[in-house]
Design a binder for this molecule. Structure first.
Ligand code: ZN
Ligand code: ZN
Length: 71
């Protein structure tokens, strides 16, 4: 079996949530287990992103928008 290697050139982006993966396998696994299975209930109020978990949203606020924890 031969794996085709993309040396970081082509990024696999999940169309469901916008997550990026270096490897297609990782993306497919993500889509199978994380994406599509659950509803994304936690919406960012500052951009169109949505998350499955509250802590992910918090991380996003802190990382992306530089906002400390919301409660
Ligand atoms: Zn996804
Ligand atoms: Zn956001």
């Amino acid at each position: 079996m031969k794996y085709s290697r993309n040396d970081g050139n082509s990024t696999n982006v999940c169309f469901g949530c916008g997550k990026r993966y270096k490897w297609r396998d990782s993306l497919l696994r993500h889509q199978r287990v994380e994406c599509g299975n659950k509803e994304k209930k936690f919406c960012c109020k500052l951009c169109p992103k949505k998350f499955y978990h509250q802590y992910k949203l918090n991380e996003h606020y802190q990382g992306r928008h530089k906002i400390p924890k919301l409660r």
